[in-house]
Structures are given as structure tokens and as C-alpha cells.
Design a binder for this molecule. Structure first.
Ligand SMILES: *Cc1c(COP(=O)(O)O)cnc(C)c1O
Length: 296
């Protein structure tokens, strides 16, 4: 895996005496890039060890996790089943189309049944229906995922602040587990409202050298506005860094805004993790008639 860390050059950073870098883990794969690879890595090893033939997982209709699981299941010789939240639409969205092309079997669940996704009785019923499968939870977050995301940073990443977009908290948990005591991790939730995020992160890490910054969700999960869209376009133009609208665009907007507002000490070195997710921009472009970047 070739992972670059790129320095962001802006007059703002120079004037504030702050250095900002972006770790391009989105470049770890052409199509299904970013954090989901780290989350799946040890799960797929475990599935092989258990002699599983089928991987079953849950996700939203535009989910990067569904796309990544479909792709890697195929690559590793597993059959995959995706249980999708919500109703089926007659026109398949680009994520589901992609997953189906990888051979993923797609089933839709209405939102109330979908809430049962961790219920043991419900899972038993799924096993009856589909046979023996290796279960990867929604978003891919479990202890093996966090073992994987702890490998995102390495010993060269000695920055004062590490910034990371947050969904279920699996990625930031691995990052928190891997940083040094004098490093601070800043999480930027892509969703509105906490959904037990702090409890999850405490459970996975037991550490407190992090902070969640909840001011940059832009109204909630997958909610966007013109300010965010313009920011993503300009950032791509000036920095040659394509950001996605669901996670990394919001984080980067937040990081820059906090720098403008003098929330970082002078001489800070900040590393933002580009967790990928560009496949999601294809769906966003289609839904809103936009032309956000889709290639890394
Ligand atoms: C899934 C995803 C996240 C959130 O990861 P969690 O481990 O669920 O917190 C962040 N960025 C991108 C691009 C993602 O696809």
C-alpha cells in the first residue's frame, strides 16, 4: 500500500504558523479506498480461519462499507450478502449497482426491522435463511476492525493533533489506541446527535486523549449545503485533494475553520486523515446534480 502524506499549503496556515498535513489513506485502493480496508482486513482473516464461505453485513444504500465489503469479499473468494436499510427503489443507486456487480446479494429491510440488526433472535433467523455466515456489523465496527484501524498511523506520524472523521467511532478508536500520550485526537462526527459515540469510544479504547467536535455535521448524516460543496471544489482545485461530501469534506472544513478561529496553538502540527469515501460522491452527484470529485 502506497500511502502519501501531503502538506497543505495555504496563506492562512503561514499567517497562523501552523502546519497541516493530510494522510491519503484514500489512495490505498482505486475504487473502495480508505478506512474500510483497515476495518475489513482482520475480519476477512478471521472469516477465513473460521472457514466461512459467506460474509453478511448491514449498511445504508450509499454506504462505503457495503461497497468495500462487496469488493473484498469477491477478491478473497467469499460470497457476500448485503442487508440494506430502507426500501428498494426501481433505479439502483451507484453503490448498490457496484455491490451487485461484485456479486453481492442484496436484500432490503424496512427501517423498523433493520433496527433488529444486533438482536440475536433476528440473527438466528438470518442464519436459518442464508446458512452459516461470518457477520460483519453495520459500518464494519468490531474489535477486529479496531485492530485494523490502529494501523492507519505509523511511527512517522508524530503530529500534535490527529483529525479524523467519525461515523460509528471504529476508525477513531483505532487511531486513539495507536497515538502517543502527547498527541491529541480530534474527531469530527458526520452525524447529528451522539448515538452513544462516547460510550463506544470509551469501550474500544479506555482512553481520554481525544475530543469530539460536533459543530461540523452540516445538519446531519449525508446532509450537505452550498458552503460545503464550494469548499470541496475549491480544496480540490487548490490542493489537488478530492474530498467526499459525507465525511472528509466536513472534517476538513472543520479543521480549517478551527484554524481560522485560532483554536490551535501557534506552531501546531496537524495531521488530517483522508479516510476515503469517494465512491459516495458518485451518488451525491447523481442525487443533487453536482460534479464533486470521484477519483483519488
Ligand atoms: C465509514 C467512514 C467513516 C467513519 O468510520 P467509522 O469507523 O464508522 O467511524 C469515515 N470516513 C469515511 C470516508 C468512511 O467511509
Amino acid at each position: 500500500m502506497k500511502i502519501d502524506t501531503q502538506e497543505i499549503i495555504l496563506p492562512l496556515l503561514k499567517s497562523k504558523n501552523i502546519r497541516l498535513f493530510i494522510k491519503r489513506i484514500d489512495q490505498n485502493h482505486d475504487i473502495v479506498s480508505g478506512n474500510k480496508l483497515y476495518k475489513l482486513k482482520y475480519n476477512f482473516i478471521e472469516a477465513k480461519n473460521q472457514n466461512a464461505k459467506i460474509i453478511l453485513t448491514f449498511g445504508g444504500a450509499y454506504s462505503n462499507h457495503i461497497a468495500a465489503t462487496a469488493y473484498f469479499a469477491k477478491e478473497h473468494g467469499f460470497k457476500s450478502i448485503g442487508i440494506i436499510r430502507g426500501e428498494q427503489y426501481s433505479n439502483l443507486n451507484p453503490t448498490i449497482k457496484f455491490a451487485k456487480c461484485q456479486g453481492m446479494e442484496i436484500h432490503y429491510l424496512n427501517r423498523s426491522d433493520y433496527r433488529l440488526k444486533e438482536n440475536l433472535f433476528f440473527l438466528k433467523k438470518l442464519h436459518k435463511k442464508f446458512g452459516k455466515f461470518y457477520l460483519i456489523p453495520e459500518g464494519g465496527t468490531n474489535n477486529l476492525a479496531i485492530k485494523g484501524t490502529a494501523e492507519i498511523l505509523d511511527s512517522n506520524d508524530i503530529h500534535d493533533y490527529i483529525c479524523c472523521p467519525v461515523g460509528t467511532g471504529g476508525t477513531i478508536s483505532g487511531v486513539i489506541n495507536s497515538v502517543g500520550q502527547n498527541q491529541m485526537v480530534l474527531g469530527f462526527p458526520a452525524t447529528k446527535g451522539d448515538f452513544g459515540l462516547k460510550e463506544s469510544i470509551l469501550y474500544w479504547t479506555g482512553k481520554a486523549n481525544y475530543e469530539l467536535i460536533s459543530d461540523y455535521h452540516f445538519g446531519g448524516y449525508a446532509k450537505i449545503n452550498n458552503q460545503l460543496i464550494d469548499f470541496i471544489k475549491e480544496f480540490n482545485l487548490l490542493q489537488k485533494v478530492p474530498l467526499d461530501a459525507i465525511y472528509t469534506g466536513k472534517m476538513m472544513f472543520g479543521v480549517i475553520d478551527l484554524i481560522i478561529k485560532d483554536q490551535f496553538p501557534v506552531n501546531s502540527s496537524i495531521l488530517a486523515i483522508h479516510t476515503g469515501g469517494l465512491q459516495g460522491n458518485i451518488g451525491v452527484n447523481e442525487r443533487f446534480g453536482l460534479s464533486l470529485p470521484i477519483n483519488n
